[in-house]
Design a protein around this ligand. Structure first.
Ligand code: KG4
Ligand code: ZN
Length: 328
């Protein structure tokens, strides 16, 4: 069975082809360069770029896979959540292809796809259930109790900004580029000082599972303004220290909430998903803590599977199709 998967929920036009659960080819065209000027994704601009790019990306992935459209048996696309204008571009193309090729269309949930990225290049038993999954990226920041492959319950979410959004906004405050996460991560890794916890460790209700990052973001803004007032502009040392302190605070909050939920719910398996989970400090901290506390830990095997990509859409579509076929 050949499966064609599309992802256009934000600012990546990504298309993948699967032979059963094996990824045959994937092509992704990012819009980072186009959004660098605004340091933010403007939905209508992103949709227009998706519309310009989508057929070129489709052609590239078909050429690389050496598979023709006529051989495709199923087509899948991210349907929700995401930026509506961007989602509509992918869905219109996919629904048209489904109709003209007379093949079934599978709508895919973006967050569930991020979680399923953990199955890519792994066996079906790779995830130990029940697990607590932290899904953290630009558009979302949640904790799920993942009961089995297709059953999950949202137990916590952000009440304002996501961690990814906070990374993007803090980068913008310091005049750095977009997306902020990888840029701050790189600058923070070059800082040689130690952690002084200059920003608040916002845990909200210590026993609850919800997040809030807007207070942290405002604290960083105050610190940036204070240092600019003193020295006219931020020095390289200021930028490094703020990036490091901010990143470490976000990591501490995410890690605390993840293990706290696992402990409260008596779950011994923790999973990461979403592009912020590609943050080295976050991943290493959680992996180390999991080892020390005897938790089973899993994150996508490659960083490209953590960011928005069509492979995660394809692997979820494959397992969903398997499930419905076995129920018939
Ligand atoms: O999953 P994604 O591509 O889009 C959404 O579904 O929202 O996530 C994008 C977000 C951006 O906010 C970006 O700054 C953040 O993920 N991000 C990171 C890192 N790489 C990407 N945040 C922290 N550290 C990183 N290394
Ligand atoms: Zn995403």
């Amino acid at each position: 069975m050949y499966l064609l998967a599309f992802e256009t929920s934000c600012d990546d036009t990504s298309i993948a082809i699967f032979r059963d659960r094996e990824l045959v080819a994937m092509k992704t065209r990012s819009q980072i360069r186009e959004h660098n000027e605004t340091k933010w994704v403007v939905p209508e601009v992103a949709a227009r770029i998706h519309a310009n790019n989508i057929f070129g990306v489709l052609e590239e992935v078909l050429i690389e896979s050496k598979i023709t459209l006529g051989e495709i048996n199923i087509i899948a696309c991210t349907e929700f959540p995401g930026l509506m204008p961007s989602l509509l571009v992918g869905m219109s193309v996919v629904k048209t292809l489904s109709h003209t090729l007379a093949i079934p269309y599978l709508p895919i949930d973006h967050i569930e796809a991020h979680m399923f990225a953990n199955y890519l290049e792994r066996e079906t038993n790779a995830i130990h259930f029940p697990a607590i999954c932290l899904t953290v990226s630009g558009g979302h920041n949640e904790l799920y109790l993942w009961k089995n492959m297709f059953e999950r319950e949202k137990i916590g979410e952000t009440l304002d900004d996501s961690a990814g959004e906070a990374f993007d906004k803090v980068a913008k405050m310091m005049g750095l580029g977009y997306p902020g996460g990888p840029i701050i991560g790189k600058i923070a890794s070059e800082y040689t000082g130690s952690f002084h916890s200059i920003f608040p460790n916002v845990l909200l209700n210590k026993n609850g599972h919800d997040f809030s990052f807007s207070g942290l973001k405002s604290a960083v803004k105050r610190e940036v303004d204070k240092r600019i007032d003193k020295n006219i502009s931020l020095t390289e040392q200021d930028i490094q220290e703020i990036a490091f302190e901010f990143e470490q605070t976000v990591v501490n909050i995410l890690s605390y909430k993840l293990f706290h939920a696992a402990e409260i719910l008596g779950v011994s398996s923790v999973v990461l998903a979403g592009w912020v989970s590609a943050n080295d400090r976050l991943c290493e901290t959680i992996e180390r803590e999991a080892k020390q506390r005897n938790y089973y830990f899993l994150a996508p095997i490659r960083k490209i599977y953590s960011q928005d990509n069509a492979a995660m859409v394809g692997i979820l579509a494959y397992y969903k199709h398997q499930k419905t076929s076995s129920e018939k």
